[in-house]
Design a protein around this ligand. Structure first.
Ligand code: SIN
Length: 328
C-alpha cells in the first residue's frame, strides 16, 4: 500500500496556462490540483496523493491571511497519524518566504515540501510535472523527516532558510546560500544532506488563536535615498521595518535619521542587505546599539521580514528580536 501524501495547492506558474505552448505570456493558477496530478505519470507508485485546494493565486498575491490558512491546513494534515508528508504547490516568486514562514511555525516531524515551476503547465518542456513527481517522492521518504520545510526545484532539494530565487525566468532560478543544499532528487530518488547548523529543533513560533500578523514593511535603500519611505511606513502603522540596505546594510544620512527616529518611537528596525549575499553584522558602519536596530545576519530582506513579523508576535524588545535573528 503506497503511503498517503496530502497535496495542498495554492496556484502559481506550475498551474499556469498560455494561449499557445510557445507564448511567453501566461496566466498563473489556472489548473486545479487534480489536473496537475493527472499530468504526472507513475505518481501512484510513489504515494496515494490526496488533494486540497487552499488557494488559486499567483504567489505575488500571497498574504498573511493565506499564510495563516496554509499553516493551519498543513498542521491539520500533519496531525493525521498515518499521513506520510505534505506537498504544497506554490508560485516561485514568494516561495522562499512561504517556505521560511512555514518552517518557523510547523513541527519537523514529517516532511513538508514546497514545489513550483518556472514554466506553465502548457509550456514546451514544462518543468512542473517532474518537480511535482520529485516533491511527492521527498514527502513520502523517511529520510526527509527532521529537516524542516524543504523546497524541490530542478532536481535540487533546498532548506527553507537557505533558498532564494535568483533569476526572473530560468528553470535553474533557485540557489541556496553558503550553508548549501538539503540534497538532490532525481527521478524520485533522494540523496539527502545533513541539516545545517541553523535548524530549530521545534517550531519557534505558535500560531494558535492568531488571525493576523504584525505589519512589517520592506524598504529598499538606494543612492540619494531620502527619509520619505521610512516616515511613510511609520505613518502607515508598521510595527516593524526591514531595510534592504546598500552594501553591508547601510543607508544614507537622511534615511538613517528617519530609521533612528522610527526605532526611538518603538518600531522594530532591521538592517539587511540588498546585495544578495553575505552577513549583516551589528555595529560595523552603523551604531546599532545606540540606534536600537537589529542586524539581519544571514537573512535576505524578504526572509528578515518574515522573521520580524513572527518575532513581533512575541516581543518588541530589540535585544530579544536580535537573539531571534542570531539563532533562527
Ligand atoms: C508565481 O509566483 O505565482 C508566478 C511565478 C512562478 O510561479 O514561477
Amino acid at each position: 500500500m503506497p503511503p498517503r501524501v496530502r497535496l495542498l495547492a495554492t496556484g502559481g506558474t506550475i498551474a499556469g496556462a498560455q494561449a499557445t505552448p510557445a507564448a511567453a505570456g501566461y496566466r498563473a493558477a489556472v489548473f486545479s490540483a487534480e489536473a496537475l496530478l493527472a499530468a504526472v505519470p507513475g505518481l501512484g507508485e510513489l504515494a496515494t496523493v490526496e488533494v486540497e485546494q487552499v488557494a488559486a493565486i499567483g504567489s505575488q498575491d500571497m498574504d498573511d491571511a493565506t499564510w495563516l490558512r496554509l499553516a493551519h491546513r498543513t498542521a491539520a494534515a500533519l496531525a493525521e497519524p498515518d499521513l506520510r508528508g505534505v506537498v504544497i504547490t506554490h508560485g516561485t516568486d514568494t516561495m522562499e518566504e512561504t517556505a521560511y514562514f512555514l518552517h518557523l511555525v510547523l513541527p519537523a516531524t514529517r516532511p513538508v515540501v514546497l514545489v513550483g515551476a518556472m514554466r506553465p503547465a502548457t509550456a514546451i518542456s514544462a518543468d512542473g510535472p517532474m518537480n511535482l513527481f520529485n516533491a511527492v517522492a521527498v514527502a513520502a521518504h523517511p529520510a526527509a523527516v527532521g529537516r524542516g520545510v524543504l523546497v524541490v526545484a530542478n532536481d535540487e532539494l533546498h532548506f527553507a532558510r537557505e533558498i532564494t530565487k535568483t533569476n526572473t525566468t530560468q528553470v535553474g532560478t533557485f540557489r541556496s546560500g553558503p550553508r548549501g543544499l538539503a540534497g538532490l532528487v532525481s527521478h524520485g530518488r533522494l540523496h539527502v544532506h545533513a541539516p545545517p547548523q541553523k535548524h530549530p529543533p521545534a517550531p519557534p513560533f505558535d500560531l494558535a488563536g492568531r488571525t493576523s500578523l504584525p505589519r512589517v514593511d520592506l524598504v529598499c535603500a538606494h543612492a540619494g535615498m531620502g527619509r520619505g519611505l521610512i516616515d511613510a511606513a511609520v505613518a502607515a502603522g508598521a510595527a516593524g521595518i526591514v531595510i534592504a540596505g546598500v552594501g553591508d546594510g547601510n543607508l544614507g544620512a537622511a534615511a538613517l535619521t528617519a530609521a533612528r527616529a522610527a526605532a526611538t518611537a518603538g518600531v522594530a528596525v532591521v538592517r539587511s542587505s540588498r546585495t544578495g549575499g553575505g552577513v549583516v553584522a551589528r555595529n560595523i558602519e552603523v551604531d546599532d546599539d545606540a540606534a536600537g536596530f537589529i542586524a539581519a545576519g544571514e537573512l535576505n530582506p524578504q526572509k528578515a521580514r518574515v522573521l520580524l513579523q513572527l518575532g513581533l508576535t512575541r516581543t518588541q524588545d530589540p535585544a530579544c528580536l536580535q537573539r531571534l535573528f542570531d539563532t533562527l
